[in-house]
Write a protein that binds this ligand. Structure first.
Ligand SMILES: [Zn+2]
Ligand SMILES: [Zn+2]
Length: 259
């Protein structure tokens, strides 16, 4: 799998970090992990083949993770060449996505679902136990609820060659999440705050590294970084707490996982 970090930031505007979105190329096609408002233009900026995007995963309904969906559909509708596309665009994720999209659609009669190709939404209910789900063919997938919002889900993907990735999205501390991510090739984990976090619904560094210690991923990618990280060397601080490979996400970072 190939990963491109489109947005390593949060809902708060930042000079260098846009809000949450990741481009992932898998054996079953390309997908977005979360779709912030910035995501559609960030894909173009990174020269990615957005016209062939096969699927979008939405972790929860906070706007820094899903507000790009309607602009994405609106943009695809008017993009030259899209009238030749037949492959469906699949939108998978938490409960409430369809209602959100329909509300926007109806508010301006945008006809977001009237595209030359099918657009299909599939929602998954919260689950305290890992649950296998059907997504793009050839890609084994599992979900588990996270302590952030009622509908929040983390996702695990496994390529046919066995490469595994977990994307936590926003979460509070959870040993179930650590168990869910045990031994994966890449754990994309939020690390919103350095210390003294103002809410139990996000992680600070010590908690993110406690999850890493339990999960022991091959690689740990820390993301969803608020501006308090601007003056801190995240990777150095992380290494003091866990000796595994930890990478601080930044917009435009890309690397291969597994192959
Ligand atoms: Zn967020
Ligand atoms: Zn959130």
């Amino acid at each position: 799998m190939q990963l491109v970090v489109l947005g390593s930031g949060t809902s708060v505007p930042h000079q260098r970090r846009t809000s949450a979105a990741f481009w992932l190329e898998t054996a079953a096609g390309s997908m977005l992990l979360d779709c912030s408002t910035d995501a559609p233009h960030r894909m173009a900026r990174e020269n990615l083949d957005w016209m062939n995007l096969a699927a979008v995963w939405i972790s929860h309904l906070h706007l820094d993770h899903c507000a790009g969906l309607a602009p994405l559909l609106f943009g695809l509708k008017w993009a030259p060449g899209m009238n030749r596309r037949e492959k469906p665009l699949m939108i998978y994720g938490c409960e409430g996505i369809t209602k959100l999209l329909q509300a926007i659609d109806q508010s301006g009669n945008y006809k977001l679902f009237e595209q030359p190709f099918p657009v299909e939404c599939q929602e998954f209910a919260p689950t305290e136990q890992p649950q296998q789900i059907q997504m793009l063919g050839g890609l084994d997938s599992w979900i588990i609820s996270t302590p952030h919002r009622a509908e929040s889900l983390a996702i695990k993907l496994k390529d046919p060659n066995g490469t595994m990735l977990v994307y936590s999205s926003d979460t509070g501390y959870s040993e179930s999440l650590a168990e869910f991510a045990r031994g994966v090739d890449l754990l994309i984990l939020e690390c919103s705050f350095y210390r003294d976090k103002p809410t139990p619904k996000h992680l600070e560094l010590s908690e993110a590294m406690a999850i890493a210690k339990l999960a022991r991923p091959q690689k740990l990618l820390l993301t969803h970084l608020y501006s308090e990280w601007d003056d801190v060397d995240l990777e150095t601080e992380a290494r003091k707490l866990w000796s595994g490979e930890t990478i601080a996400a930044y917009d435009g970072l890309r690397f291969s996982i597994g192959w």
